[in-house]
Design a protein around this ligand. Structure first.
Ligand SMILES: Nc1ncnc2c1ncn2[C@@H]1O[C@H](COP(=O)(O)OP(=O)(O)OP(=O)(O)O)[C@@H](O)[C@H]1O
Ligand SMILES: [Mg+2]
Length: 188
């Protein structure tokens, strides 16, 4: 990639990052806290002064729930096979084939979800920061549900909503849930 192309890519990435961050109502400091990358580094990337790495793009996609939009804006290194390790980012559903060591936890989680569906109860997964909660849900539970792990008719096709509460959790929930429910978004 020549330097002109590289600079254009960095500017495109910068603009997309700024847009996504503003949409989520996050400051650079908050984004730094969520991604574990320094505020200064993120600021440089957002201003187009530094190119984003694939690791950073994936982490930002994860935190901003951008579904790979930012990773898609980072030029892939030519002739490089996909890396099975997502770096600081959580494993996503698309990484399930590379997600190892959590089979028992995934099975236990499916069991708990089954109980909670029967009882109409919510289920909360909590644990220390970085212990692997998001990965377990995204690369363990979601693919298991899509493969029909729940003993409920049609559950493999149930909609799955993955979202970040942001600084405005009620509004974020309304915005994300409304399209799934087929109703206009609004907080009442
Ligand atoms: N089964 C696994 N094998 C190898 N690495 C893993 C595994 N699960 C998670 N990781 C890695 O561990 C790190 C933390 O994972 P993850 O983001 O899922 O944790 P988390 O508990 O959701 O973190 P946070 O509290 O920051 O939200 C990431 O780098 C992720 O790629
Ligand atoms: Mg997480």
């Amino acid at each position: 990639m020549n330097s002109e192309n590289g600079s254009r890519k960095a500017q495109g990435f910068a603009a997309a990052l700024r847009r996504l961050r503003h949409t989520q109502g996050l400051s650079l400091s908050q984004l730094s806290g969520l991604t574990h990358y320094s505020r200064g580094y993120l600021s440089n990337v957002e201003n187009g002064h530094k190119p984003a790495t694939t690791d950073l793009a994936r982490r930002l996609d994860d935190v901003l729930r951008a579904q790979g939009a930012l990773a898609g804006l980072v030029a892939p290194a030519e002739d490089t096979p996909p890396c099975p390790y997502p770096g600081l980012a959580a494993f996503g559903p698309e990484d399930a084939r590379w997600f190892f060591g959590r089979a028992r936890s995934t099975a236990a989680l499916v069991g708990r979800v089954t109980e909670c569906v029967d009882r109409d109860q919510p289920l909360i997964v909590f644990g220390a920061s970085g212990v692997g909660k998001s990965s377990l849900l995204s690369a363990g539970l979601i693919p298991a549900l899509a493969a029909g792990a729940l003993p409920a008719a049609g559950s493999a096709g149930w909609p799955v909503l993955v979202m970040t509460p942001t600084a405005h959790p009620t509004a974020a929930l309304a915005e994300h849930a409304a399209p799934l429910l087929g109703i206009p978004a609004g907080v009442y």
